[in-house]
Write a protein that binds this ligand. Structure first.
Ligand code: G6P
Length: 614
């Protein structure tokens, strides 16, 4: 979950690394650090607790010079956020320095063993055992590459590491074990970059090499070499990525989350674009090959995901079951493997993940693979693990999502599930070409509908200001809008720290209704669909208990206008696509409440964008 950056080349490393860290700060932001090697081969380290600005301040006071360096932004697992626990970590004798992403599961016995040998530790982290192990091997005469290889052999758990030593001041050694987040090499002209995520290096190069788990790389300014951890050479495959640095920067927006909410029109257009042949009534998913026979043989789909992606999966179930008549079960990535799932070759497992790195989702994919499922993913981050290990994938086309609270990945992954549903429907023969054409046509209206919601940004901000004083919220919806209620509540709690619960509206009377009073606003999704009447009666029930009701309703709905305290209007959308439209005002509501409260919406406390620990 931490961010890693490395540089080796002719330029000063510090500004490049700090800039890279700034673009990765969404990954972790409780402390940060940087190390560079100077012209004499001496390592200099600066570390500070708090956000990156603190480190920048420190570096401004105590500058660093050198053209080879590594940096890190941390999300604490072992050891409180403190300068001593921040990375880079240095070996006891100062010969080697390391940044790390992951958890050393067996660090306690390793630490005890090293301490028994007289090695003194300077931090409470699990990470430090790695650097001490590497230094021990260096002291016995190994090269950095061999020392890293041997040290990694002692570790259990999943890791991404980058190291450097003053003994070999022209190179960095990077390695990846398991799913602790990516390690990407950015190939420049006479310079090389290393990063845990693309935004850190996009302004320098788009030529990337993605390290697979079990691979390591020795990186010099004008060359690099990839091997397995056992030392076997691996032919490195360079990929040119299409993301551009502008889309990974804030641009005119004050915050990434705001930018990303507004980018949904463009992101949905890109997601739908080129995937429909309306005349023929066909959907193209070239990266998810499937024969008609294989599609017909499918008996069940498991969707696995975490956080917002999980809620997207819950709404996608309605789409796939309704259009492709394929039973769908949706599971949390962190729970899936404990359910003893019934899987065979006629089962498909669909992982939904913006980052393509969420370790619980990746482990579920492995479990699906082990049990013989066909593996698919819907994923945003290009070159990520979830994209590479799947038999087929659909790219979200959302562009980089930096705000910790996911927004455009929710709506684009829903559009992708709708496309998948139509694709399966055609192959399974559950819809005719005419029906598919009509359904596909519905998709085309989405960018316009979403832009109509976005036009109400200021109205929603005014409402948010009125609501920001409440400390508890209930979000309710029925049918396909129940997952939207869950997502609306999640957005609010993530960034405003206000307690919010999403509930299926019909279940209110079995418990949550007891909570309702004038201090507990109820946000009800009451759009015109087959559960409209039932939702109206839920609103009545809340009002009868003195509740304050904020209704999300379709334009021109007089009935709800008379019942609710506040109404946010959304355009009418086809029922299966309504979540994509209805979630947008809830994203804006949460965004404006949190900013009104003066909170950091892009980097909410305790959270991280990519969760690479179990
Ligand atoms: C973290 C993020 C969420 C995200 C979840 C799943 O918790 O803060 O915004 O929804 O991980 O991430 P994924 O990358 O797998 O979609």
């Amino acid at each position: 979950m931490c961010g890693i950056v490395g540089y080796v080349g002719p330029q000063e490393a510090t500004p490049i690394i700090l800039n890279g860290l700034m673009r990765l700060e969404y990954r972790g932001y409780d402390s940060a650090g940087i190390a560079v090697i100077d012209a004499q081969g001496a390592i200099h380290v600066r570390r500070s607790v708090g956000k990156l600005a603190e480190l920048e301040h420190l570096v401004a006071q105590q500058p660093l010079a050198g053209t080879v360096g590594i940096g890190h932004t941390r999300w604490a697992t072992h050891g409180v956020p403190a300068a001593r626990n921040a990375h880079p970590h240095v070996g006891m004798n100062g010969r080697v320095v390391l940044v790390h992403n992951g958890i050393v599961e067996n660090y306690l016995p390793l630490r005890a063993e090293l301490e028994a040998e007289g090695i003194q530790f300077a931090s409470e982290t699990d990470t430090e055992v790695i650097v001490q192990l590497v230094e021990r091997y260096l002291e016995s005469g190994c090269s950095l590459e061999t020392a890293v290889r041997r040290a990694l052999g002692h570790l259990t758990g999943a890791h991404g590491v980058v190291l450097m030593t003053g003994d070999e001041p022209d190179r960095l050694v990077a390695a990846r074990i398991g799913h602790a987040g990516g390690v990407t090499l950015g190939v420049g002209e006479g310079e090389m970059f290393i990063a845990s995520d693309l935004p850190a290096v996009l302004r320098h190069t788009r030529r990337m090499v993605f390290l697979e788990p079990g691979q390591m790389a020795v990186v010099e300014a004008d060359r690099y070499r990839v091997t397995t951890l056992a030392g076997e050479p691996v032919p490195a495959e360079e990929q040119v990525v299409s993301w551009d640095p502008v889309s990974a920067a804030k641009g005119a927006y004050e915050r990434f989350m705001k930018k990303e909410i507004h980018e949904q029109v463009e992101a949905l257009t890109a997601t739908i674009g080129g995937r429909l042949d309306l005349e023929a009534g066909r959907v193209f998913l070239p990266t998810l090959p499937l024969t008609d026979d294989a599609a017909r043989d499918l008996t069940r789909l498991f969707t696995v995901a975490c956080g917002t992606s999980y809620y997207s999966g819950l709404a996608g179930k309605y789409m796939i079951e309704s259009l492709a008549r394929l039973p769908v079960e949706v599971a949390y990535g962190s729970e899936f493997r404990y359910t003893d799932p019934i899987i065979d070759r006629s089962t498909a497992l669909l992982a939904i993940t913006q980052s393509g790195e969420t370790v619980d989702t990746l482990v579920s994919m492995e479990e699906g693979r082990r049990r013989g499922a066909r593996l698919w993913s819907i994923v945003n981050a290009i070159g990520s693990q979830a994209m590479r290990i799947a038999d087929g994938y659909i790219g979200m086309q959302a562009g980089p999502e930096i705000g910790v609270a996911s927004t455009k990945a929710f709506t684009t992954s829903l559009a992708d599930q709708y496309l998948l549903a139509l694709y399966l429907a055609a192959k399974r023969g559950t819809l005719s070409a005419t029906e598919i054409r009509a359904r596909a046509n519905d998709l085309l209206a989405l960018p316009r509908l979403v832009s109509q919601v976005l036009a109400q940004d200021e109205t929603i901000r005014q409402l948010a200001i009125r609501l920001a004083r409440y400390r508890n919220f209930l979000y309710i919806g029925r049918g396909i809008n129940f997952p939207v209620a869950l997502e609306g509540a999640l957005k609010l709690k993530e960034i405003s720290y206000i307690h919010a619960e999403g509930y299926p509206a019909g279940e209110m009377k079995h418990g949550p209704i007891a909570l309702i009073d004038e201090q507990m606003p109820v946000v009800a999704i009451v759009t015109q669909d087959r559960v409209y009447e039932k939702m109206l009666s839920q609103v009545e029930q809340a009002k009868a208990r003195g509740g304050l009701v904020v209704a999300l309703a379709n334009e021109g709905d007089q009935t709800i206008a008379e019942k609710a305290d506040y109404v946010v209007t959304v355009p009418v959308a086809p029922p299966l696509l309504a979540p994509i439209v209805n979630v947008v005002p809830l994203q804006l509501l949460a965004y404006h409440m949190a900013t009104w409260l003066g909170l950091d919406v892009d980097q909410p406390r305790n959270l991280a964008k990519s969760v690479t620990v179990e």
